[in-house]
Design a protein. Structure first.
Length: 95
């Protein structure tokens, strides 16, 4: 018998918030379990693909980096999305 599963999160939670100060490094991890293994990772920010790796590293965070990041992950059984919101802490900006 061969059992196959689409990507699933270990915690069951697909929405995460990360607080970051300007200048910091943030690592976003699209950590899922799947069988067969994940074939495709695709990180999107502002409708642009920014990485095709499991982890997305954002260095020297500034005001342009705050917002919602989505990891689309697939194997041959199915797909899921993992979401991160990067939120500014420290100095607040006036708009």
């Amino acid at each position: 018998m061969n059992i196959s599963d689409p990507p699933l999160t270990y915690s069951g939670n697909t929405n995460h918030e990360v607080e970051s100060k300007r200048g910091e490094t943030v690592i976003l991890d699209c950590n899922v379990c799947a069988y067969p293994a994940v074939e495709d990772y695709n990180w999107v920010f502002n409708e642009q693909t920014i990485s095709n790796d499991r982890m997305c590293t954002l260095r020297n965070i500034d005001e342009n980096d705050y917002g919602k990041y989505t990891c689309h992950v697939c194997n041959n059984v199915g797909c899921m999305e993992y979401h991160y919101s990067i939120i500014a802490i420290g100095k607040y900006y006036e708009f």
